[in-house]
Design a protein around this ligand. Sequence first.
Ligand code: UD1
Length: 366
Amino acid sequence: MPRVVVVVGARPNFVKAAPVHHALAATPGVEVELLHTGQHYDHALSGVFVEELGLPRPDHYLGVGSGSHAAQTAAVLAGVEAVLAPDPPAAIVVPGDVNSTLGAALAAAKLHVPVVHLEAGLRSGDRDMPEEINRIVTDRLSDLLLCHCDEAVANLRREGAPDGSIALVGNTMIDSLLRLLPLARGRGAVERLGLERGGFVLVTLHRPSLVDHADRLAEVLAVLRGAAERMPVVFPVHPRTRARIADDGLDAGAVRLLDPLDYLDFIALEADARLVVTDSGGLQEETSALGVPCLTYRTTTERGVTCELGTNRLVGTDPRALAAAITAELEREPRPAPAPIPLWDGRAGPRAAAAIARLWSPTPGS
Ligand code: UD1
């Protein structure tokens, strides 16, 4: 029976991988295993996501933990090789663009295990971001490139990926969002935090290029303090950002700093926010699917489709531009939700599983 190993490591991986894991598990004649690298290990960044997304206990846990990029990627590489080599599976699925994605893809490719990249073809054009390097190398190593939009397909074609290796399946992160939002809303996180639906700004910032520079982080916090004078601002803080704020003695003022939220409470807040300010990739997508305005505090995005068809606006990294964009957004009437992005429809997981199954049983004529 073909066996597929699905790899997860860091927070966004769980959200993307779960729908594919579920769909593979429901495919007759396929055995699916979950491999957790342990890149994220805190319960708030890892365990709670596994539970809420309905993933099983991992079959393999590597415990690689934190480290430099080289050390972390190398630990994943060696750990994944040790799992796969004794009994190579029919395929390995690697989601997203984190260090675990790259390490696992490289280990598998060297063992001639077919690599399936979930969320292939995204490009920001900015190699200062470690994720961009992870995306490019993972795509080059992959036998099957699962794309979530036309732009990603076009990027891969431009780089010479064979047509037969590309499958446009849609966005599995949106499968998780649509499936779990009713349950999430029912838990009442908005009310528990004393917020009003549509009456608060939700912030997440965790990119090293921003938070590892005290001056840049201080500038953004000043803008957010200003916004908090008009409307409550809530900021669930990644451990990296929390450490920087504490070490540098930065002033958050009336901005409400929260511990990282679990997935369900987070999407409940996101769905009812008046505005989201972020440097995350996934939030650009989720807000577009939810019709919530999003300001992305970066100079580039690998998710151009969210600016073109969704609710996202790239504001750059000038704090004055961010302040002006927040003011303009809060003063305007809420915009009507845009039309849904093609294939971001809650059924990407089954399409991904079907494309994976064609690796060992191609449909006639394909
Ligand atoms: C990683 C991904 C990033 C993704 C993010 C989602 C890479 C290169 N980056 O960034 O693309 O958007 O995950 O959250 O893979 N830490 C904890 N607890 C944990 C894990 C980490 O406190 O469970 C702290 C440690 O101090 C660690 C730091 O966070 O050094 C950074 O963790 P790391 O896994 O290196 O990258 P992220 O910033 O989380």
